[in-house]
Design a protein around this ligand. Structure first.
Ligand code: ANZ
Ligand code: ZN
Length: 805
C-alpha cells in the first residue's frame, strides 16, 4: 500500500481540533501526581502579529511540556497576554479606536497564530493583564506594598521622552534616547510613585545562589544589582563645621586623594552660594549637565569637563592637606553620596580629569598606577606615600584605614548598590489605575479592597495632557471622590502603573486563574510553586526577572506564597535574525512571517526548523533553504509508512541505533540542544532507509520521540497504521544503556609512537586475538620488519603500542 503525499494543510488543523476536543493538554488539579510547571514569557500582543522570534522559545518549552506529560507529570504549560502598554495606546490615539478594542483584536490574531502552530498550552487558563478580574489583583498587591511602606511618592528627576510625553524608567533609555521611539530624552522633575526594590537588593543578590539560572543571567542580575563594598569618609570643609561625605571603594588610597568632585546637583553648592566666587560659571555648567542623561555623563563622554568651586576647599583627613573642590558631571547625584574623593593615580576617570585640569597626582599603591601598561583595575600591590599604611597590601590597608576612620569618627564601612528604586507610575491611560486617593486631611489612602478592581474610566481621548498628566486627570467625575478613611474630600491618583506591573506576578495567576477570592488559592500555590523551568529573552533579565523576583519575595515575606524564589530554572534563547544576518525589521525588508511558513510548509516544518536552526542560546539567521531541508526530513518520516513490517521488537540491525537515539534525544532536549537531537533523528532515519524496513515497534518509538517537535505528522501516521490510542498518550521511550554501547571499537596501533594502523575489534576481544589481527596488518608488518620488538603495551579497547629497536 503506497501512502498518499504528505499534505500538512490537510492534517494539522484536524489534529488541533482533536486535541481540543479530547482536552489533550488540559492541566488537572489532581495534586497527588508529581507536577511540572513549564513557563514561557507571555507576549505583548502587538499590532504586528506573531514574529518568527516568538516560536523559538515557545516550541522549545512545548517540547519540554510534551515530554514531561509523557513521563507521567501533571504539567502546567499556560499562555496569556501582557496587554497594557504604549504601542497599543499610541495606535488607539492615532486611529481613534479604544485600546480595549485594539487589544481584543490583537489578542485574537495572536491566539489564532499560536493555535495554528499546535502548541500544547492549556487554553482554559489563559490570562490577560488588562482584564479587570486580573488587574484587580495587581492593584491588590500594590496596596499591600503601599501598606508595607514599599510604595512612596517622590519628586524624581525622571527621564522624559519629549516624543511619547511619558516618563521612562532608566532601563528604557538606551544610548540616551527613548527605547521605543528613538525620541530625545530630557530630565524633568516629576512626582512619581516609586517601589522600594532596593530594600530587597541583598536578598535578590544572595538568593541567586539558590536557583538554577544560566550563568549569563546570573551575571547580569548581579551587575544590575551592583553591590560594592567600601567606606564613607567625611572631608571637613576648610574654615567650616560642615563635612563633605564621599563614598569610596578604595579607602586605602586616601593619601592619594588630591582633590574632590561633587555632582553639579549637590546641595552644598547652593548652600555656599554667597561664598562662591565663580557663581556664574557654576550655573552655566549646571545647565549644560541637566541636558544630559546619566548614560551620556558617565559612559559616552571620554573627554572630562568641570569647573572648580572657587572659595571652597576641603581638608584631606589623613594628612591635613587642603585640597580643591570641583564640580563635574561624571559624578552622579544618584549614586553613593554624590561626592567623591579623586585619586587620579589609581582611578581612570580621575586620571583623565587631573590630566586635563593639571591637578596633582600622587601614587599610593606601587604597581597599581593608571598609567602603567599593566593597570587592570584589580587592586593589588603595596602601599607607598601613605604614612602609617606604607608597606601594607591593599586588602590589609583597607581594613586598617577603615578601623582608623571609625576610631576618629570620620568614616564608616559602607555597602552600596547600583540598583535604584523602581519608578512605578506613568502619566498615560492604558495601564492599571493606581488604587489610591489623596485626602486633604489623611494624605494618601488606599481604596478598600472590596472596591477592587478600580477600573479605568472611559475617556474620549487617550492623549496625555500637555502638562504631562494622564488623560484621566480631566475626568473630574472619576477623580473627585471621598476619603475611605475620614469621608472628607479626596482625589484619585490619575497616574497608571507601568508596563512591568502585570508581568510581575502573572505566573501565580496561572496556578488558579479563575479564583474570585484570592489571586490564587494557597493549595494551588503550594502545589505548583515554584515554576520548574522558565525560558525567556535576555532582554528581560534585568527588568522583568528582577521585578518579578522582588514581588514574589515580598509576597513570600507576607505569607502569601510558599517559596522564596518564583523560578527554579531560568534559561534564555538567542534571537532569530534575517537571512542577511541582520535584525529582522520592516525597513530592512527581511521580515519572515510565521503564517507564511505554516501555510507553505506546515506547522511541523516551522517547529522543526525553529529548533534545528542552531544552538538555542545563540542568535541564528533564517534560511529558507534550511526550512526546505526540514520539510524534506518530515517527508521522509511520512514515507516510513510504506516500509513497516510486523513485529513489536527492535530489529537486530537497528536495535543499537534506536537505543542510542532515544538516549541522545532525551538528554539533548533537557540540555536545550534541540538541533543535535533533531540531527540524531535525521541520522536514524538514514539508517532505517538503509535497512529498507522498520518494525511496528520501531516506528512507534520513532514517532514518540519526534512527537514533541512535530506533533501533527506523528499522530496522522500513528492513526494510518491503525495503532491504539494517540502518540501524545504514550510513555516516553526508555533506553537500555548496555545497548547503546557499540559491540565493536576501533583501536590505534602505534609503532615507536607513530600511528601505523587502526583496526576494528570486538569490545570483548582477548589480547591474544587482538595481537594476531595486528600482526597480520600490512602496515604494521612493514613497520616492524627487520627490527626487534622490545615491548608491547595494550590499553584495552583504545591503543596498542609496539616499541622496536
Ligand atoms: C576613590 C577611588 C580610588 C575610587 C580608586 C575608585 C578607584 P563602584 O565600584 O561602582 O561602587 N564614585 C563614588 N560615587 C560616585 C558617584 N556618585 N558618581 C561617580 N563616581 C562615583 O564605584 C565606586 C567608586 O566610584 C568610588 O571609589 C568613587 O571613586 C566613584 F583607585 O573613590 B573611588
Ligand atoms: Zn481622609
Amino acid at each position: 500500500m503506497a501512502v498518499k503525499e504528505y499534505r500538512p494543510e490537510l492534517i494539522e488543523k484536524k489534529w488541533q481540533d482533536v486535541w481540543d476536543k479530547e482536552e489533550a493538554y488540559k492541566t488537572s488539579d489532581d495534586k497527588t501526581k508529581p507536577k511540572y510547571y513549564a513557563l514561557v514569557e507571555f507576549p505583548y500582543p502587538s499590532g504586528q502579529g506573531l514574529h518568527v522570534g516568538h516560536p523559538r522559545p515557545y516550541t522549545a518549552m512545548d517540547i519540554i511540556a510534551r515530554k514531561r506529560r509523557m513521563e507521567g507529570y501533571n504539567v502546567l504549560f499556560p499562555m496569556g497576554w501582557d496587554a497594557f502598554g504604549l504601542p497599543t495606546e499610541n495606535f488607539a490615539i492615532k486611529n481613534k479606536i479604544h485600546p480595549k478594542i485594539v487589544t481584543k483584536n490583537n489578542v485574537a490574531r495572536f491566539k489564532k497564530q499560536l493555535k495554528s502552530i499546535g502548541y500544547s498550552f492549556d487554553w482554559s487558563r489563559e490570562i490577560n493583564t488588562t482584564d479587570p478580574e486580573y488587574y484587580k489583583w495587581t492593584q491588590w498587591i500594590f496596596i499591600k506594598l503601599f501598606k508595607k511602606g514599599l510604595a512612596y511618592k517622590s519628586e524624581m528627576p525622571i527621564n522624559w521622552c519629549t516624543q511619547c510625553k511619558v516618563g521612562l524608567a532608566n532601563e528604557e533609555v538606551v544610548n540616551g534616547v527613548c527605547e521605543r521611539c528613538g525620541g530625545v530624552v530630557e530630565r524633568r522633575v516629576k512626582s512619581q510613585w516609586m517601589l522600594k526594590i532596593t530594600d530587597y537588593a541583598d536578598k535578590l543578590l544572595k538568593d541567586l545562589d539558590k536557583v538554577d539560572y544560566i550563568d549569563r543571567v546570573k551575571t547580569q542580575q548581579r551587575n544590575w544589582i551592583g553591590r560594592s563594598e567600601g567606606a564613607e569618609v567625611n572631608f571637613k570643609l576648610s574654615g567650616k563645621e560642615e563635612h563633605l561625605t564621599v563614598y569610596t571603594t578604595r579607602p586605602d588610597t586616601l593619601f592619594g586623594a588630591t582633590y574632590m568632585v561633587v555632582s553639579p546637583e549637590h546641595p552644598i553648592i547652593d548652600k555656599y552660594k554667597a561664598e562662591i566666587k565663580n557663581w556664574q560659571a557654576i550655573v552655566d555648567y549646571r545647565e549644560e549637565a541637566a541636558k544630559k542623561s546619566d548614560f551620556e555623563r558617565t559612559e559616552l563622554v571620554k573627554e572630562k569637563t568641570g569647573v572648580p568651586i572657587e572659595g571652597i576647599t576641603a581638608i584631606n583627613p589623613v594628612n591635613g592637606k587642603e585640597i580643591p573642590v570641583w564640580i563635574s558631571d561624571y559624578v552622579l547625584m544618584s549614586y553613593g553620596t554624590g561626592a567623591i574623593m579623586a585619586v587620579p593615580a589609581h582611578d581612570e576617570r580621575d586620571w583623565d580629569f587631573a590630566k586635563k585640569f593639571n591637578l596633582p597626582i600622587i601614587e599610593v599603591v606601587k604597581g597599581g598606577n593608571v598609567q602603567e601598561a599593566a593597570f587592570t583595575d584589580v587592586a593589588t600591590g603595596k602601599l607607598v606615600n601613605s604614612g602609617f599604611l606604607d608597606g601594607l597590601e591593599v586588602s590589609e590597608a583597607k581594613k586598617k584605614i577603615i578601623e582608623w576612620l571609625r576610631e576618629k569618627g570620620i568614616g564608616i564601612k559602607k555597602v552600596n548598590y547600583k540598583l535604584r528604586d523602581w519608578v512605578f507610575s506613568r502619566q498615560r491611560y492604558w495601564g492599571e489605575p493606581i488604587p489610591l486617593v489623596k485626602c486633604e486631611k489623611c494624605g494618601w489612602v488606599p481604596i478598600p479592597e472590596e472596591e477592587l478592581p478600580l477600573t479605568l474610566p472611559e475617556v474620549d481621548n487617550y492623549m496625555p495632557t500637555d502638562n504631562g498628566e494622564s488623560p484621566i486627570a480631566n475626568m473630574t467625575e472619576w477623580v473627585e471622590t471621598t476619603c475611605p478613611h475620614c469621608g472628607g474630600k479626596a482625589k484619585r491618583e490619575t497616574d497608571t502603573m507601568p508596563q512591568w506591573a502585570g508581568s510581575s506576578w502573572y505566573f501565580l495567576r496561572y496556578m488558579d486563574p479563575h479564583n474570585k477570592d484570592m489571586f490564587a488559592s494557597k493549595e494551588n500555590i503550594e502545589y505548583w510553586s515554584p515554576v520548574d523551568w522558565y525560558n525567556g529573552g535576555m532582554e528581560h533579565t534585568t527588568l522583568h526577572l528582577l521585578y518579578s523576583r522582588f514581588w514574589h519575595k515580598f509576597l513570600y515575606d507576607e505569607g502569601y506564597v510558599s517559596t522564596p524564589e518564583p523560578y527554579n530554572r531560568r534559561t534564555s534563547h538567542g534571537m532569530i535574525l534575517g537571512e542577511n544576518n541582520e535584525k529582522m525589521s520592516k525597513s530592512r525588508g527581511n521580515v519572515i512571517n510565521p503564517d507564511d511558513i505554516v501555510n507553505e510548509f506546515g506547522a511541523d516544518t516551522l517547529r522543526t526548523y525553529e529548533m534545528f536552526i542552531g544552538a538555542f542560546e545563540l542568535n541564528a539567521s533564517w534560511s529558507q533553504q534550511g526550512v526546505r531541508g526540514c520539510r524534506r526530513f518530515l517527508e521522509r518520516v511520512w514515507r516510513l509508512q510504506d516500509m513497516v513490517v510486523t513485529g513489536d521488537e527492535y530489529s537486530k540491525e537497528l536495535e543499537s541505533n534506536f537505543h542510542k537515539t532515544i538516549k541522545k534525544v532525551s538528554q539533548d532536549f533537557e540540555a536545550l540542544k534541540f538541533n543535535t537531537a533533531i540531527a540524531a533523528m535525521m541520522a536514524l532515519i538514514n539508517d532505517i532507509y538503509a535497512a529498507g524496513k522498520i518494525t511496528q515497534g520501531e516506528i512507534k518509538t520513532f514517532l514518540t520521540l519526534l512527537c514533541p517537535v512535530a506533533p501533527h505528522i506523528v499522530e496522522e501516521i500513528w492513526e494510518n497504521l491503525g495503532f491504539k490510542q494517540r502518540v501524545y498518550q504514550q510513555k516516553w521511550p526508555v533506553w537500555d544503556e548496555k545497548k547503546t554501547i557499540d559491540s565493536t571499537v576501533e583501536i590505534a596501533v602505534q609503532v615507536n609512537g607513530k600511528v601505523k594502523a587502526t583496526i576494528s575489534i570486538d569490545v570483548k576481544e582477548e589480547k591474544d586475538s587482538v595481537k594476531q589481527k595486528i600482526m597480520a596488518n600490512d602496515n604494521v608488518k612493514a613497520a616492524i620488519a627487520d627490527k626487534n620488538v622490545v615491548k608491547e603495551i595494550y590499553v584495552p579497547g583504545r591503543i596498542y603500542n609496539i616499541v622496536v629497536k
